[in-house]
Design a protein around this ligand. Sequence first.
Ligand code: BES
Ligand code: MN
Ligand code: ZN
Length: 504
Amino acid sequence: MPSVHQPITVRVTSEAPQSVDVDAWVVPVFEGDDLDGLAALNEASVGHLAAARARGEFTGRAFEVLTVPLAGWKAGWLVAVGAGPRTEYAATAARRVTTTGALAVRARRLTRMGVLSRPLPAGGAEHVVQAIAEGAFLANFEGASLKTADPRRQPWLDELVIVAAESAGVRTAAARGALMGEATNQARALVNEPGNLLTPRVFAERAVEMALTAGLPIDVLGEQEIAALGMGLLHGVARGSKEPPRVLVMRHDPPGVTGGPVLGLVGKGITFDSGGISIKPADHMDKMKGDMAGGAAVVAAMCAIARLGVPLRVVGIVPATENLPDGDAMKPGDVLTSAAGKTVEVLNTDAEGRLILGDGVWYARQLGATHLVDVATLTGACMIALGKTTTGLFATPPAWSDEVRLASERAGERMWPMPLFEDYRELFRSEIADFSNTGGRYGGAITAALFIKEFAGDLPWAHLDIAGPAWAEEAKPYQPKGATGAAVRTLVELALAAGAWAGH
Ligand code: BES
Ligand code: MN
Ligand code: ZN
């Protein structure tokens, strides 16, 4: 698979931008901006910036782009990007503005970009610098990577200079942002990859390559080990496919960290979901190559956690298989026995994600996890409830839910708390087994979450239903169509914040 994203060299400087050697300056401009601090830049644009504002050509509304030449500066171009209202400018706006500007820089066939981070309403320079680095990386990504000839192919950015008051904290933030952006791109690339190329075995190979580069220990369990562990739910799903299943097991064990919490991340790794015998309709079935987005998020986040040297033990588990109909496939009415010992009646073979996650969550507990997060493109119902761009957050106890939500806010990923009504468990009661794998149409995202909860025991546990956000149906100025890398940055932010939640 040709490379679909490239890293960028990032540095922070407090030098005067006039003399910084880049090709273009990306500059956020607010609605109603008085251009304070931008007088020299406006002058270098021969007044074009202020004139375009005065004419109403460029108002500062979010993601407008104005590209004008600069005279007398090292850089030849100004890329002014609308940043919306000044009072709402924070990390999320900075990330999106930077991506928008960076794409404009690439479209000009330029490779070295500077970003002027404007004065902020209430501090937060480190968050904004991190977001700028992330935003630049997110623009250094191509979705259509299997085209044999693409005349529109643009060069990669190779240098990013962020102008900000220099400090150790700000430099660390820039490096962290680069890693976060890189990890998001890695997940996007895996999710975009077609199902015929990214089978469970290839997914495992990719994860091994990524983990080796990141210095992250990884084991790949094959069919025999899966059978030996008694993972009957994963095995049940995998039976319908000629491709053998895998379980990716990643362990971040930083030296000197012995006691304390162990974060367990579990990702759904269905490399293609046809629905199995309960087969899906043909329309949009192609999108089901992205049904391993949760697994990709866990692999990418684990690599970033290792590279950042986060002082916390973390285990990452990704059960990976296809879900196909075949002579040997599981059938509606079949009863499977999970590794945890509980029996499950399969009423719908298309509710396969919760099955493999049941065994995955069990295994994370076996490996000593004290706090759990699972990530999955789990239900269409969650998209109906919250829309395409919001992740459903199902978690218990409330303090753990809050920690995950706060991490998602720092990551700039919208997640919304959803209920876990205990009495809804009766919706997936079975006549013959401990429970069934579907709870019917109504409240489908909640019953799916409650199913996974059956395997989480009493541990703090959060389930992220990313069925909507994992895949962008429409391009945005800051986001191409296709895989988004949803949840990667939230998982890393959560691990980085362990100091805040280790006690509970
Ligand atoms: N992978 C799908 C969920 C999904 C749907 C993700 C659309 C992204 C976009 C999942 O395995 C599934 O098929 N869920 C079923 C559950 C039902 C059979 C209880 C669903 O949501 O319809
Ligand atoms: Mn399914
Ligand atoms: Zn699925």
